[in-house]
Design a protein around this ligand. Structure first.
Ligand SMILES: [Zn+2]
Length: 302
């Protein structure tokens, strides 16, 4: 068996896989976000529970939000207690077995590239559009890490100036400390923010979708703006990485209106003669992070 954990801002998903990465069991517990010792204790308790259930001492892979920087230090995580901690080193000592850790978006891409919608393609760029927006590149089954494991952090690239100007958008402050990050427009939170901006009242993504399906003009205008912002952000990844396929996951990828409009939206931001790569929907949905983590854990153990 192999254990794959996905650490989220509110819950930890624990998944147990066999050697072919077929899911055997999956459960979740709340994430301790402020106390690091409590976080370590929680993970240890769940791993011991899995050991007892499956009569194994299996390798562990962990997907977490944030960047794993030099010396294994976690930075820029929205789970506050993980920042500036050597999470992988500490858990390896505590659990007395190989523990691999990686960024959740990059592990999502690894999972989809090897076993999901990116199967059969050499260069797979994946994007998660959920509460936040992030991505990663996988080349021939390996995550392209870059010097600081930053490759794929498209959420913190700036929104395209031509979109900002055309729709007269404000610059929003991002959680990372910068203004005008793409994430503040193209994530699920961003879409709700845009619709609230155009409708001049507090609205959710669900409100927007209902209004769009009633063909309300403000929702349609918001949709055009959102698609333009997202299309520009993804076109920038096409120009940076020139991938063979784009795999889109996260809650927004389930909205057909958005997913089906993506190739056209991306193409409008590419110069003449450049073709949009195939755009595929992620196959494993929410479980991709755990599966990617388990792949990393298995590779480390091997
Ligand atoms: Zn940012």
């Amino acid at each position: 068996m192999i254990y794959g954990l996905d650490i989220g801002g509110t819950k930890i998903e624990i998944a147990v896989f066999d050697e072919q990465f077929v899911l055997a069991e999956r459960w979740r517990v709340p994430t301790p976000t402020t106390d690091y010792v409590e976080f370590l204790d929680t993970v240890q308790a769940q791993i011991e529970l899995a050991d007892a259930k499956f009569g194994a001492k299996a390798p562990v892979g962990i997907a977490l939000p944030g960047v794993v920087a030099a010396q294994g230090l976690v930075i820029s995580s929205n789970v506050a207690c993980l920042n500036q901690q050597q999470v992988g080193v500490d858990l390896t000592a505590l659990l007395q077995r190989p523990v691999a850790i990686g960024n959740d978006c990059r592990l999502f891409v690894l999972s989809e590239a090897l076993l999901g919608a990116g199967r059969g393609f050499s260069r797979v760029f994946g994007v998660i559009l959920g509460t936040g927006a992030g991505g990663g590149l996988c080349v021939d089954g390996q995550i392209y890490q870059g010097r600081h494991q930053l490759a794929g952090e498209l959420g913190h690239q700036s929104i395209a100036a031509r979109v900002l100007m055309q729709y007269q958008l404000p610059l929003y402050r991002c959680g990372c400390g910068l203004d005008g990050c793409a994430e503040t427009y193209i994530s699920g939170t961003g879409l709700a923010r845009l619709y609230s901006h155009f409708s001049q009242q507090d609205n959710t993504t669900y409100d927007w979708l209902q209004a769009l399906r009633r063909a309300e003009p403000v929702a349609q205008h918001c949709f055009a703006c959102y698609l333009d912002a997202l299309g520009a952000a993804l076109a920038a990844q096409v120009l940076a990485y020139d991938p063979d396929v784009l795999v889109i996951g996260g809650g927004l990828s389930d909205i057909d209106e958005i997913f089906q409009a993506l190739p056209g939206a991306i193409g409008r931001h590419l110069f003449s003669g450049v073709t949009v790569p195939p755009v595929r929907r992620a196959e494993y949905g929410a479980a991709s992070g755990e599966r990617g983590a388990a792949i990393l854990g298995a590779r480390l153990a091997a």
